[in-house]
Design a protein around this ligand. Sequence first.
Ligand SMILES: [Zn+2]
Length: 95
Amino acid sequence: MVEGSGCALCGASWGNVWRDVEGTRLFFCCEVCAVGFTNFVERAKRDAGWSKVDRVRIVGDFRGRKGSVESGGERRVYFFTLNSDGSLRTFLRTE
Ligand SMILES: [Zn+2]
């Protein structure tokens, strides 16, 4: 579901938090990244009206991230930022 071996949100290779997201066990560096990632995926699903997400790709940093989500051959891209507790501060569809 997510490419790369680091934290699913920020790419950091340290840390030890695991969460099941969309039926896949994903690695995160910290609790905030796990919460932020889950919030983003849930919000994107709601926005797109999808019941599931097949693939998520996130690039960027704390100043703003570009999240690409795919479901059943459809793809949407969002720009989002997170608060320090992992809640969404900004959420905009860009593609
Ligand atoms: Zn992280």
